[in-house]
Ligand binder design. Sequence first.
Ligand code: ARG
Ligand code: ZN
Length: 856
Amino acid sequence: HVTRREDYTAPDWLVPEIALDFALDPAATRVKATLHVQRSDAHDRPLRLDGAGQTLLSVSVDGVAVNDWTIEGETLVLPLTGSAHVVETEVEIAPERNTQLMGLYASGGNLCTQCEAEGFRRITYFPDRPDVLSRYQVRMTADKARYPVLLANGDPIAAGDLPDGRHWAEWRDPFPKPCYLFALVAGDLAVNRGSFTTMSGREVALGIWVRAADVPRTDHALAALKAAMAWDEQTYGREYDLDVFNIVAVDDFNFGAMENKGLNIFNSRYILADPDTATDYDYDGIAAVVAHEYFHNWSGNRVTCRDWFQLSLKEGFTVYRDQCFSADQGSAAVKRIEDVRGLRAAQFPEDAGPLAHPIRPDSYQEISNFYTATIYNKGAEIIRMLATMLGAQAFRAGTDLYFDRFDGTAATCEDFVASLEDASGTDLTQFRRWYSQAGTPRITASLLHHKGSGRAELVLAQNTPPTPGQTVKQPVVLPLRIKLFGADSAQPYAPEQTVLLTEAEHRIVFEDVRERPILSINRGFSAPAILETDRSAADLAFLAAQDDDPFARYEALQQLMLDTLVESAGGARVDHAAVIAAIGGTLANPQLDRAFVAEAVLLPSESFIGDQMAVVDPEAIFRARETLRRDIGRALEASWRAAYDGARATTTGYVYSPEAKGLRRLKSVALGYIAASGAADAGALAFAQFEAADNMTDRQSALTTLVAGDSAQRTPALDIFYNRYSDNALVLDKWFSVQAMAPRDDTGAVVAELAQHRDFTLSNPNRARALIGAFGVNQRAFNAADGSGYRFLADQLIALDRLNPQTAAKLIPPLGRWKRFDSNRAALMRAELERIVAVPGLSKDMAEQASRSLDG
Ligand code: ARG
Ligand code: ZN
């Protein structure tokens, strides 16, 4: 069954008020729902309430039990005569048997909920669509010893004890909200409390709820929350609106976190951190996700989505907001590099593959499948382009107008664009194509220079390749930040300008250009496109050394490496001297931030190299990359050792600051190159770091280096790590991932063995992703020529689908890349997809993804 955007109709019935009464019990929870329903206009259609998987015990209308209802599929259909009624239902559900982790479920002995997108219907009968907004009052009763803490959305209003060892609590959320933002938590939890005073002087009680033993690991999340609250006031004028804001961490969670009104629920990996168990990368991720969910309070909750086709309205915008927040907290340049790397790793392949869809899709079978890098990350790039084009002031005026106009309502992407248009006076007609068109635009840019006349001409062209179901593409609006540098003086020809490429082709003339100009283009990655230029290796090396935009500088060096790697993977004998010189220069430049240097000298990933090739040859790519790594390691060995020793000498005692992070990062990159050089002492050096580390960043990077190689220290390090952290699930996830991502011949076999390990389980999504997800992105190991990697993934996905379809379907994309590989691999991949499609009782989630992957 396909849902189409164009079929949207407003709800027949509204539910302005709802009261829920939960008698909580892991085996059998009773849910009484009292819905105040109102006919939305003059129609005679019945009330239709979505449901899934529950047992219906009773229905009453206006206080009288009725039995003239029917069940169609899983929808409860109730004929009603008047325009307003009180409808009461009682159902029973079994949270402890809920392995899908949607609706009310058990995790680590506690009970929690996840309702977005369509989980609320698994809790009670309700019009489960985001444009039905209700005021919620929630009562929970539960065993007091087992579930001493009872939380729900909004503010606590009353609580008390009951005679039989049970207790109760009532919460009320004054803000009308769609049911996907409903949440409750019952558990044995301890809290890290804080407080925040809003810009209008209101005191908000903050709480981060975790297992008692984990409380010491919540300070970073709490600090990030306060920083995010202040940032949203300063940057967007958005103030928090309830007296309490709670966050709960749970171990079993299908994705990162959830922005339920006043009660965010998080995957514990995005809350818990201390230096011994979390890396700098984890700390960054925690701050970003805490901020993301908090920012949803306005971009998502106060203004929500009319229907799920509008998902990017809240997600793209909120990702953009969290990216800017993180950029403001540390190195903006490094943050941009990381975000673009993530976009290229996850979103570009999506746009180029069978699952390509616009940021506002036209249809879906299962909405869970559309929580994608396209909706989230490309969506964020679209908002970023709007901010670039409008400028900070007009963009802010636009978002103010948007929040003002649509506060308390369910809006559309069009509403957002129109607000920006109205506030700025900018015509965004053509820009709207970004919402409807899938695929990554390709831009070609070439710069012609006539020395005699002093004229330079920049010839730009754009083209978006066809995507499934969308063969004809229109030109999109591409804001390109551009600057020309004189090749001899290294001086800019003029200040940076932003060129809007709106047509298929465009020429820009520069007068009075005396020196040969070198083109710096798409600075800051101002447009999410693939750029092809005819810049020589020498010009790229120049930009890598001279460009004053850090992203452009990074990009030039990456392009230089990429060109070299693609050539050498294609079988050419390639000279590595230019790359080595550029890396050496970057490493030696004292003006550059160490964090930037560490990112800039990293080679492009194997899969990104593959994306540049007509047919991906994973073995050749791996060899080319390893050879270049070795050569860089050898040629610059003294520099790597100096960088390593220098960084080590300046980091004593763990501090989470941009400077200290940069040094640790550079230390780990340098260690990797020292090992790549084949130096005899590399194992000992890595093991010494592993043993001496006072933080997980250093320990994990040493382990990663050791696991890649064959030193005598390799197995001891893995064992020590396992034993030291065997009671910490989040760290054990790292132990699995490091092995699944290892660039080794035996990785496929090791991963198959790890799937039998006593600590491996498919029922915990983090653990499943740590092994299976990590293996799927290990390009060489996964694409073993004999198809063993494909078979392994398919076996795991079939097993996982029975428990948790949503998490399973998320892991399918590596199998959908068959068109990009040789015919043998393509046939092997297709055979596994066909095997998946043929599984009896396959979920809707997997059926949609696997069959679309085959059609591609
Ligand atoms: N809204 C949540 C967030 O981005 C994620 C919800 C994901 N839901 C899903 N069905 N995959 O913060
Ligand atoms: Zn979100």
